[in-house]
Design a protein around this ligand. Structure first.
Ligand SMILES: [Zn+2]
Length: 296
């Protein structure tokens, strides 16, 4: 199978998948449950989510392992299950989508902060190393180090993946927009420019932004990133707007049509992988796929 980077170099725009949490909740996952445990207890549900995204037209489909590092699993007393849960997550996605699509190993943040003294760089590295190896063993061919807010933690994860696996690497940070709309930064104060410089220095081939921001805010952020850096292929996975609490639980308002509408904007500003984050469903991915097929 051609690697992601070479597909992009040949001029392809790739489609990512959408949210997993919302679909797990829809399938009965209760708050307080460990999502990664569903890889063992409800493998059919996890597989069906991967299959639904493939069906919707995604080229890259994630694993159910966003919180699968042992530091985060410790909150559930499951730290010693890290290997098994990650391996199984990659196995389930691979089984559901076959060999022609990319299994994108999801590696999320630890939830602890180096700057607060909650965790050491060595502990972080070790936990990402264990997770990445297990995800590769399970059948992943690429990874997305995603929804990161701290550059130092991101660095640990990048090195852990690079030094211990052959997974093709994508990195994605999550930014907030200031109240006056003028600035973007992560909760740790990292700016998009700092992020871009750091990733280029570490030779990360594809990187971008996911979560927190709506489609419109994301398009402003991406435009700014593209003004600063025109060579790197970007990934963009917006949320479906801001979550609203309704009688039926949390609802994200942005429709598949809104996502489709912004696809040309994203492409103009350097996006080579377009998908969705919180509140997006297979219908959003289908809309992105159709729009890209129409343009290309
Ligand atoms: Zn998200």
């Amino acid at each position: 199978m051609d690697r992601i980077k070479s597909k992009i170099q040949k001029g392809k725009i790739l489609v990512g998948d959408g949210g997993w949490g919302t679909l797990l909740i829809k399938s009965g996952m209760k708050s307080g449950e460990c999502p990664e445990m569903w890889n063992i207890e409800h493998p059919d549900v996890v597989s069906s989510i991967a299959a639904a995204y493939k069906e919707a037209g995604a080229d890259l489909i994630s694993t159910n392992s966003f919180g699968g590092n042992r530091i985060k699993l410790k909150a559930y007393g499951l730290e010693n299950e890290a290997k098994r849960l990650n391996r199984q997550s990659a196995y389930l996605t691979r089984k559901a989508i076959g060999e022609q699509h990319h299994v994108l190993a999801s590696i999320g943040p630890s939830g602890k902060f180096i700057i607060m003294g909650d965790i050491s760089v060595d502990e972080l590295y070790e936990s990402f190393r264990e997770q990445a190896i297990a995800l590769e063993e399970g059948g992943a061919d690429a990874c997305i180090i995603e929804t990161m807010v701290d550059l130092e933690e991101t660095r640990c994860a990048v090195l852990a993946v690079k030094e211990n696996t052959k997974l093709e690497m994508i990195v994605s940070l999550t930014f907030m927009r200031s109240n006056d709309g003028g600035r973007f930064n992560t909760i740790m104060g990292t700016t998009p420019e700092m992020f871009i410089n750091e990733m280029k220095q570490m030779n990360v081939p594809v990187f971008g932004v996911n979560c927190t921001l709506s489609v419109e805010d994301m398009s402003v952020l991406l435009e700014r990133m593209y003004l600063f850096e025109k060579e790197v292929p970007f990934l963009v996975y917006p949320n479906a707007g801001q979550p609203q609490l309704t009688d039926n639980g949390i609802l994200y308002p942005e429709s598949p049509e809104v996502f489709a509408k912004y696809v040309p904007d994203f492409i103009r500003n350097g996006a080579k992988i377009i998908g969705g984050c919180c509140g997006t469903f297979p219908e959003h991915i289908r809309a992105i796929r159709n729009e890209i097929d129409r343009i290309q």
